[in-house]
Design a protein around this ligand. Structure first.
Ligand SMILES: Cc1cc2nc3c(=O)[nH]c(=O)nc-3n(C[C@H](O)[C@H](O)[C@H](O)COP(=O)(O)O)c2cc1C
Length: 193
């Protein structure tokens, strides 16, 4: 299963609304995609970082989803020119190298006039450094406060860009999998050696 990572735990988050919209687009195309919500890991922050050791069950559950996923769709808002801290915290708790290596990933940014381009490019550096397969077509939702109204994305151009990304990312993941090049195939090959 693919997972959408909604990149913040902020109340009434636009990222979560967009993530749900993207989830509905996958559903319309016949694919069930899961959602990882950063609000489900923030309870762990008060216990301090774990970095792979004795991680609380709820954090571990959200990390395990990534290791088994067919692909990740990261929806990231711009906070002070970068990604929200909770998203980086989550990434830093993921299992290395299995979470990242050859894992197909695509990005959706949201923010003001640059539509979250900066956090997406920071994420591309992080996932690129960790050898993920980055899908090249990124989507930037500019002026997010104008294009999300009453919980819905109302801009037709941005809807079309997301629909096109869904279609392309599905084909990208399928092609990698059929060639045995995706993360899950790689992990399975390692296990048989
Ligand atoms: C803490 C914080 C910092 C922000 N910094 C920026 C910024 O540097 N650039 C920008 O374009 N928008 C910035 N914004 C606006 C957000 O990108 C925008 O409000 C977006 O909806 C936030 O995503 P969220 O609703 O999922 O939290 C910031 C918002 C917050 C809450």
């Amino acid at each position: 299963m693919k997972y959408i990572i909604s990149g913040t735990d902020r109340a009434d988050s636009n990222s979560l609304k967009i993530s749900r919209y993207i989830q509905s687009l996958y559903k319309e195309s016949g694919e069930d995609v899961g959602l990882i919500d950063m609000r489900d890991i923030r309870g762990e922050l008060s216990q301090g970082p774990h970095y792979g050791k004795d991680q609380p069950a709820s954090l571990q559950a959200e990390i395990d989803k990534v290791v088994k996923s067919d692909g990740l769709i990261v929806v990231c808002p711009e906070y002070n020119g970068s990604m929200p801290g909770i998203l980086k915290y989550y990434i830093d708790h993921m299992k290395f190298p299995d979470s990242f290596e050859y894992r197909p990933v695509c990005f959706v940014g949201l923010g003001g006039m640059f539509g979250g381009m900066r956090p997406v490019e920071h994420l591309q550096q992080v996932f690129g450094y960790r050898n993920a397969f980055i899908y090249p077509q990124r989507v930037f939702l500019m002026n997010v406060h104008k294009v999300v109204k009453d919980g819905a994305l109302v801009d037709p151009l941005m809807q079309d860009l997301l629909k096109s990304q869904v279609k392309g990312f599905q084909a990208f993941c399928k092609a990698l999998k059929s060639a045995g090049l995706d993360a899950n195939s790689f992990i399975a090959q390692k296990a048989t050696k």
